[in-house]
Design a binder for this molecule. Structure first.
Ligand code: ADP
Ligand code: MG
Length: 264
């Protein structure tokens, strides 16, 4: 039976990649339920199957076995109910900020008034009012990321899937974007599955942090950070945050892989 408020249900999901005579078991019997408007971070070292998991939910990769349901419907292809934000920004260089943000609505043939209203709201949500007519080449990396987030949100999907979206940013910009995404999610709640190999990022953003262990990718641990809802980077100095990150770091070390191996 599906609980009311359940958005994503993953049951016994396994993904095997076959390459010639080599087989990689990328995910091994993953079961996970995500509630509506929950912010779930999936974290783990490089190669543990994070992107594979996200791509299965997105409908880009087919499971070898098991099922994925979004609002009770089996996922078998990409769809407008799921938007993906990748590490590389996917801003169209030939469109202005506002054209980028309104793209999905234009594609769906929505009326001009509606597009304008949605673009106005989302330009404001990510603080790009002064840049709405700017071209992507005029924007910093952080600003392009804001356009990406706004575009994902403006498409009004049920689920936002993010694969290390801040992985290529410098640390100051990354932390600012983490604070902004958290605030954005508080004012505009949405079901988010956020992939990262950065444990502090996961603890800062997640309602729940799912730790994957590598080879094969399995759920090793689940953490509920339970931090103050209104938070900024200063929370990283709190006893709770320090204890959680120490625990998570220890767990990662026990996997015996290079924890800071970087995104992939
Ligand atoms: P992560 O995102 O955690 O770094 P991935 O999901 O990208 O992990 O990869 C998990 C494992 O599956 C890795 O061992 C990777 O080499 C392998 N893999 C990923 N995509 C493919 C593919 N298309 N073909 C073959 N192997 C793949
Ligand atoms: Mg990856």
């Amino acid at each position: 039976m599906r609980e009311p408020g359940t958005e994503i249900e993953i049951q016994d999901l396994s993904v095997r990649y076959d390459e010639g005579d080599q087989t990689v078991l990328a995910l091994d019997r993953i079961s996970l339920t995500v509630r509506r408007n929950e912010f779930v971070c999936v974290m783990g070292p490089s190669g543990c199957g994070k992107t594979t998991l996200l791509y299965v939910i997105a409908g880009i990769v087919r499971p070898s076995s098991g099922t994925v349901l979004v609002e009770g419907e089996p996922v078998d292809r990409p769809g407008p109910d799921r938007a993906v934000v990748f590490q590389e920004d996917a801003v169209f260089p030939w469109m202005t900020v506002e054209q980028n943000i309104g793209y999905s609505l234009r594609m769906r043939g929505r009326p001009k008034d509606e597009i304008r209203a949605v673009v106005d709201r989302h330009v404001e949500l990510v603080g790009l009012q002064e840049f709405r007519r700017a071209w992507p080449r005029q924007l910093s990396g952080g600003m392009k990321k804001r356009v990406d987030l706004a575009r994902g949100y403006a498409a009004n999907p049920k689920v936002l899937l993010m694969d290390e979206p801040f992985g290529a940013l410098d640390i100051e910009t990354k932390e600012r974007l983490q604070e902004e995404l958290h605030s954005l999610w508080l004012v505009a709640p949405r079901t988010i599955v956020f992939i990262t190999h950065d444990l502090e990022e996961a603890l800062f953003l997640g309602d729940r942090v799912i730790l994957l262990s590598p080879r094969p990718g399995r759920i090793a641990e689940t953490y509920v950070p339970d931090l103050d809802q209104q938070r900024d980077m200063s929370i990283k100095g709190s006893a709770r945050f320090v204890a959680l990150s120490t625990e998570l770091r220890g767990k990662l070390k026990s996997f015996n892989v290079d924890v800071d191996a970087g995104a992939s």
